[in-house]
Every structure is written in C-alpha cells, then in structure tokens.
Design a protein around this ligand. Structure first.
Ligand SMILES: Nc1nc2c(ncn2[C@@H]2O[C@H](COP(=O)(O)OP(=O)(O)OP(=O)(O)O)[C@@H](O)[C@H]2O)c(=O)[nH]1
Ligand SMILES: [Mg+2]
Length: 354
C-alpha cells in the first residue's frame, strides 16, 4: 500500500505574447495586433472515492500541467493550458514543504470529488498590441509567458473510516468484514493473510458506514514485530475500534491485554470508543469455555464501559447486535466530535496570486 509520497508539482508555463501587424489590402502600415499568450494550466489534486492508496501515481516524481499557447495575430489570445488533476483517495492530506523544511498542511481532502489547487499556471505574455503607445505605434516587442508555480508537496493518506476492526492475526477480522459488508477480503487459516487495510461499506438505516480491517497486530508490533504498527495511521481518524478476539485462543484475557497495549502505544488510539467482540463461538470447544470467559471478561470491561459481544462471524450469531451497537456508537462519536471541533473539516486553499 503506497500511502505516502513526495512529489513536485508545477503549473504550466503561460504562452508567449505574439508580435504581429495587421495586414489588410490597401493599408500599407497595419497596426500591431499580436495577441496575449494563454495562461498555463493549474495543478489540481482531486479526491477519488474509488482509490485506497497512491499506487496509481507510480514512480513519477514530477507532475506538470500543460503550457498555455502563444498568442497570434488579430489580437487572438492563446489557448489556456489544460489543468492536470492528480487523483488521490478520500482521506489524503496534502502538505507543502517550505524552504526551511517545515511541512505545512495545505488541504485535508475528506469528500469525494473535492478539489484543491496546488500550483497555479503561469500568466500568459503580452502581445505587441499591448505595447503600442503614441510614440511607438509599431512595437516589435511582446513579453514571454511566466513559469507556473512550482512546489514540493507530500501526499499522505490517512483513511477516513467509521469503524476499524483490530485484532490478533487469524481472529476472524476478514470473516467479520465480509459478513457485514460487501468487501471480499481473503480469508485463510494462517496469520497475516491481510497485509494492508481493507475497506468495506456496511449499509445502515440512515447512512452507510465505512468499515476497515487492519492487518493483524501481535505483541511488540510497535517494535516492528509481525507486520509492525505503521498501518495504524489508518485508524487515527476512525470513530470506533472493534477489538476482535479469537474465542478459541487459550489465552484470551492476555490477548485482550496485549492488543490493548499495542493500541495504547499508537498515538491517540486508546482514547477511541471501543467494543470487544469474542469470535468463533460456534466452535464446541469455545462454547464449553464461554461461561468462564464471560465471568472473567465482564468485570474488566464493565469497569471501563466497554461493551462486549460473543459472536460467530461464520454463522452470523450476534453479528447484527454487534453492528447495531457499533453504528450507535459511531453516531454518538460523530455528535461528540462536532461539539468538540467543528472546524476540523476546514480546507485550506492557497491564495491565488494575481
Ligand atoms: N469456526 C469459526 N471460524 C472462524 C470464524 N471466523 C473466522 N474463522 C476462521 O478463522 C480463520 C482466520 O479467519 P480470517 O477472517 O482470515 O482472520 P483474520 O483475522 O482476517 O486473519 P489475518 O488477516 O491473517 O490477520 C479462517 O480459517 C476462518 O474461516 C468463526 O466465527 N467461527
Ligand atoms: Mg484478514
């Protein structure tokens, strides 16, 4: 998954102004009529909901919009250069790198179709018609088109999701994701089948919910064990975490504590609302131990105000109850967020230079 990329963007050159004189029958000295050059194309970044990462950009480092065309006789202005739009996933943050090396947030693209101008095209040059004065009625000068703005920018994808399913490898995260959404992640009886976040859309009564499966977390993930914990950056902007535990694990309580520890070691994640789900209760051996598991988990979780569900992602048992609670908590979290930080969805646009 390519979720960070440094690129250079440049607006197109403005077209040059034109030197031309009117040629008409019976008019020996036609006046200057060279047109202005067209303005250069702009570099634009646009949110595309069908993308999950930046791999579409390939290895290319520099992106340049088209140049404006030169002016022509008859005071004709050159055509404007075409804009170049770079498509990025919803949840892409655009930073510019100042000369000091400081990274400045330029835009936080959160809605499909949202656009941000990152480098303006250069102005077109002036044609000689503009240089005519009382003393110089036949100027042979025109100005050149200006270069477009050039910037170093950093694109960083931090997916915007409602729910993130986290858990140890093999706990059934992909199975749960495929049970509650139309996503079709690979499911297999070995760890680390899922190696990058996978998105699914879960239909709700009032709206759809974006659910993500995070790759499996193991003890020491913050030190790089297993697949590490870098991918958790995609959980930074989720509203709810579902801790999915493998009910057939002999060390279920330890699993919960190591998972919680890894989550707590990643930035602000421990502050997110959470639900614990114990999976695979269709298995007879899990059924046998269930009363004991419930007895041990209840006091730990009720003290923290974390709801717990005992589910089977395969048979669907209690999955509906889990998703109902999840949606309710996401909606509550959205309301809380609005109260705390209404300005968070602000978009910063660079001022266009005239
Ligand atoms: N019996 C039973 N098996 C399940 C259940 N959920 C998942 N499994 C099985 O557990 C294994 C792992 O399931 P996955 O959904 O791939 O687990 P995962 O957490 O996505 O695994 P990674 O992506 O490798 O971290 C598969 O063999 C599933 O069929 C369940 O509710 N009951
Ligand atoms: Mg998986």
């Amino acid at each position: 998954m390519v979720d960070k990329k440094d690129i250079i963007v440049r607006g197109g050159y403005g077209g040059d102004g034109c030197v031309s004189f009117r040629k008409e029958k019976h008019v020996p000295f036609g006046g200057p009529d060279g047109g202005d050059g067209g303005v250069g194309g702009n570099m634009v970044i646009v949110d595309n909901p069908n993308l999950v990462d930046l791999s579409l950009l390939g290895w290319k480092k520099e992106f340049v919009a088209k140049n404006g065309q030169r002016g022509s006789g008859g005071r004709k202005r050159g055509k404007k250069g075409e804009d170049l739009a770079i498509s990025v996933p919803v949840g892409t943050m655009v930073f510019t790198k100042a000369d000091s090396g400081e990274e400045i947030l330029l835009a936080d693209l959160r809605t499909p179709g949202q656009k941000v101008l990152v480098a303006k095209g250069g102005r077109g040059g002036l044609g000689n018609a503009r240089f005519a004065t009382a003393v110089n009625q036949a100027p042979e000068i025109a100005s050149k088109g200006a270069p477009g703005e050039k910037k170093s920018i950093i694109l960083e994808v931090k997916l915007i999701t409602d729910i993130c399913i986290v858990g140890h490898p093999n706990s059934g995260k992909s199975t749960l994701l495929s049970a509650i959404s139309r996503a079709k992640p690979e499911i297999a009886d070995y760890p680390f089948t899922t190696r990058q976040p996978i998105l699914g859309v879960m239909p709700g009564d009032r709206r759809d919910f974006i659910v993500a499966e995070m790759p499996g977390l193991v003890e020491g993930a913050h030190l790089g064990k297993g697949l590490g914990n870098e991918f958790l950056r995609h959980a930074e902007r989720t509203k709810l975490l579902i801790y999915l535990l493998d009910g057939s694990s002999p060390s279920l309580i330890d699993d919960l504590s190591t998972l919680d520890k890894e989550i707590a070691l990643y930035k602000n994640l421990s502050q997110k609302p959470k639900i614990v789900a114990v999976n695979k209760i269709d298995l007879p051996e899990v059924q046998t131990h269930l009363p004991e598991v419930k007895q041990r988990l209840a006091p730990i979780l009720s003290g923290l105000g974390v709801p717990v569900f005992y589910i089977s992602a395969v048979s669907g048992q209690a999955v509906l109850e889990l998703t109902r609670k999840a949606m309710e908590m996401v909606e509550q979290a959205s309301r809380d967020e609005e109260i705390i930080s209404p300005a968070q969805i602000a978009i910063f646009r660079p001022k266009s230079r005239k």
